[in-house]
Design a protein. Structure first.
Length: 324
């Protein structure tokens, strides 16, 4: 009787524990998928952690951007509409850039897009240029990396710095790296009888040559990347002087990874700071093919800014936002 009463009384406790566990899991899943998408980072300048959340307005703007692109079949849907509104000439529709068709993102590889909801602050130069008043909402948009083979497209937040192909030193180094790729491949595939006999006399000569060329290629590639980064200058919402992106990167155990500054989030923050706008919310959404050789991200899903690249520079770029 005593044993049975304890067992009976344990059922509600087990059920309550199970309910709390399930509820906590669902709550965490919801927070992860719907509320936590954001960009944040530590700022070495003020030794504080700055955060810009994904607000409901930002989420709506991101989903709406994806909807407009899919329904129109065009990634440049907004820019196309502006052209048609300005010039009522349907011939524009016959001269569209095929690389900006939405199907490209689903046939080949999807892409991250970002939106930044901003307010126009008092005495903003942006308000004077676009006939806006203090408190009005402005939504900026950006894409990660290149889109349709272009770093910069009308209507989208531009690349941080300069287009690499516009830098003579970068182009020279890039061509040398490309040539070294060809020389390495040619050296590896050169297996004529004469080469075999030569290798027997001097063992490892081919491997040594490949190793030498590979090291040279890596060195030149690093120089090319440094040339690009020399022009990647960022500021923050304190309006401080431009600083090299590499100088504000919060270093960890690794070097600054390639592609830092090319994601949608830092492009948006840099453009908002340049225009004198005050960001209130951000959202990044993946659009296009998923899985396989493409990516593990899901079509139509929101994601936080990447930790290894964006968050390492976000702290400085967000600094001063509370004072705008």
């Amino acid at each position: 009787m005593f044993h049975r009463s304890i067992t009976t009384g344990a059922y509600p406790l087990v059920a309550l524990t199970l309910f709390i566990f399930i509820f906590s899991f669902i709550l965490q899943w919801n927070i992860k998928n719907f509320a936590s998408a954001l960009i944040s980072g530590h700022c070495a300048r003020c030794n504080m952690h700055h955060t810009l959340p994904t607000t409901e307005e930002a989420r709506h703007a991101a989903f709406d951007l994806r909807r407009r692109m899919i329904e129109s079949g065009r990634i440049d849907v907004d820019e196309l509409k502006l052209q048609l509104d300005h010039d009522d000439n349907e011939d524009i529709l016959h001269d569209l850039n095929p690389s900006l068709a939405i199907e490209r993102l689903y046939e080949r590889r999807g892409k991250m897009f970002g939106v930044l909801v901003c307010q126009v602050p008092d005495n903003s130069l942006y308000s004077e240029s676009f006939n806006l008043t203090s408190g009005d909402t402005v939504i900026l948009k950006a894409y990660a990396g290149k889109l349709g083979g272009s770093w910069n497209l009308p209507g989208w937040s531009p690349i941080i710095g300069q287009v690499p192909e516009s830098l003579p030193a970068f182009c020279r180094l890039r061509d040398e790296v490309t040539e070294l790729f060809d020389r390495i491949d040619a050296t590896k595939s050169n297996t004529s009888p004469e080469d075999v006999a030569s290798l027997q006399k001097k063992k490892g000569s081919k491997e040594n040559k490949v190793k030498h060329l590979t090291k040279k290629r890596a060195r030149l590639a690093t120089l090319a990347l440094n040339e690009v980064r020399r022009h990647q200058l960022v500021t923050n919402f304190r309006g401080e002087a431009l600083r090299p992106l590499t100088a504000v990167y919060t270093r960890g155990p690794t070097k600054v990874p390639g592609g830092t500054g090319d994601c949608a989030a830092p492009k948006l923050l840099a453009e908002a700071a340049r225009l004198g706008l005050r960001p209130t919310g951000i959202a990044e959404i993946f659009v296009g093919a998923t899985g396989g050789m493409s990516t593990g991200k899901g079509d139509g899903e929101l994601y936080d800014a990447c930790a290894d690249r964006c968050e390492k520079i976000a702290g400085f770029m967000l600094c001063g936002l509370d004072d705008v």
